[in-house]
Design a binder for this molecule. Structure first.
Ligand SMILES: NC(=O)c1ccc[n+]([C@@H]2O[C@H](COP(=O)([O-])OP(=O)(O)OC[C@H]3O[C@@H](n4cnc5c(N)ncnc54)[C@H](OP(=O)(O)O)[C@@H]3O)[C@@H](O)[C@H]2O)c1
Ligand SMILES: [Zn+2]
Ligand SMILES: [Zn+2]
Length: 347
């Protein structure tokens, strides 16, 4: 076993504590990665909130990180020591099912191995995430980080980015598409940047009027305050695609009513069960869908697009020792627009 240091849930609170961690010895197709930067995703808060310390599974969050390869197993072909890499929220899959064969490892029928809180397919151990100084990953699930991208600001692309990239891409968003992004947070601000770079007519729907200037700076043409029922009603049927990134349970009705005939609401927040009035779908033949993470080919395509269009996250970079402050502020919606932890304070 190799040892490293990371930030682990302490079991009695939602605080993280600096802890020595074990990483597996390299398998033939593994990379050892020095984690330099790891984004703080709202899913990390959900995971901490539902973590059961008595279940015996340690929790080290972090599933969007960039770093540098420090070691390679003997069968590794795509990377060498010193290469800049990026890792997202899945680190393995069965490789044989129709989803994996179609390059949608994120939908693997045997369930993909999650970067943290997952179960390793070979030794059954619980995966520990990127809030740590080292990660060991199968080379197939590491992506070369394009040199044009700043490694700190690129880290959030690997979860927040791909999660909104895949629906925008598969829904055919491009010039002329009217897109609205609900919730201007980590996922939302990247969805805006992508939609704008794809040439779409892009708007933001937010409960925070103070984000209007930022929305414009990000390239959005419209800004709708979701708590203003009159303005929401006036925007009925206005958008071909609505990407809903809101992190808390909410009624989908008002957002479905903004969708144009035959348009789509793609809801990507982790909300659990939701209730939908089928009349909100019937009137206008609207579609309700979701998405999560991305397959390996789409992740590679997104990174290429980001390098070409200079898309990265707007980040606030903090030393990893301030992780609890970052989580607390994210909980209070006090981030513009993604915290990234600098892991260089860990050894
Ligand atoms: N499907 C996937 O694979 C996947 C991947 C990553 C994340 N997620 C999930 O996606 C959601 C968003 O993640 P994130 O990291 O972007 O979170 P985030 O940075 O906290 O952004 C969420 C945004 O939602 C809005 N919001 C928050 N609470 C709200 C409330 N009570 N009512 C209305 N709006 C509210 C806020 O935007 P405004 O201030 O603009 O209203 C906030 O900035 C989370 O549930 C996360 O777990 C899913
Ligand atoms: Zn995430
Ligand atoms: Zn599979």
């Amino acid at each position: 076993m190799r040892t490293t240091t990371g930030w682990q849930a302490d079991g009695t609170t939602t605080e993280l504590r600096r802890t020595r961690l074990e990483r597996r010895d390299l398998r033939p197709d593994d990379l050892a990665v020095r984690v330099d930067y790891c984004g703080v995703c709202h899913s990390d808060l959900h995971a901490l909130g539902s973590h059961d310390p008595d279940a015996g599974r340690p929790l080290v969050p972090g599933h969007e990180f960039t770093g540098v390869v420090t070691g390679t197993g003997p069968a590794v072909t795509r990377f060498s020591a010193g290469d800049a890499v990026a890792v997202g929220n899945i680190v393995d899959s069965c490789g044989a099912c129709p989803m994996c064969r179609a390059g949608q490892e994120n939908f693997c029928h045997a369930f993909p191995t999650l970067t943290y809180g997952g179960t390793d397919r070979h030794d059954g151990s619980t995966t520990l995430g990127g809030y740590s100084r080292e990660y060991v990953v199968h080379e197939a699930f590491a992506h070369p980080l394009p040199a044009a991208l700043d490694p700190a600001a690129a880290a959030p692309l690997l979860c927040a980015g791909v999660t909104v990239w895949e629906p925008l891409h598969t829904l055919g968003v491009g010039p002329g598409t009217r897109v609205a992004v609900a919730g201007l947070g980590g996922l939302g601000h990247l969805a805006v940047k992508f939609a704008v770079a794809l040439g779409a007519d892009t708007s933001v729907i937010s409960r925070s009027p103070g984000k209007a200037d930022d929305a414009r700076r990000l390239g959005a043409h419209g800004f709708l305050v979701s708590t203003d029922p009159d303005r929401m009603a006036a925007a009925r049927d206005r958008f071909d695609v609505v990407i809903d990134t809101i992190s808390a349970p909410h009624d989908l009705g008002p957002y479905l009513r903004l969708v144009a005939m035959d348009g789509t609401l793609s809801q990507v927040g982790h909300l659990g069960p939701v209730t939908v009035d089928t009349m909100d779908l019937l009137v206008g033949r609207k579609k309700l869908t979701s998405a999560g993470s991305a397959g390996l080919p789409a992740t590679a395509a997104m990174l290429e697009f980001c390098a070409e269009h200079a898309v990265t996250a707007d980040i606030e970079l903090l030393p990893s020792a301030r992780v609890n402050e970052a989580l607390d502020r994210l909980r209070r919606n006090d981030v513009r627009y993604r915290f990234v932890l600098d892991m260089s304070d860990l050894t």
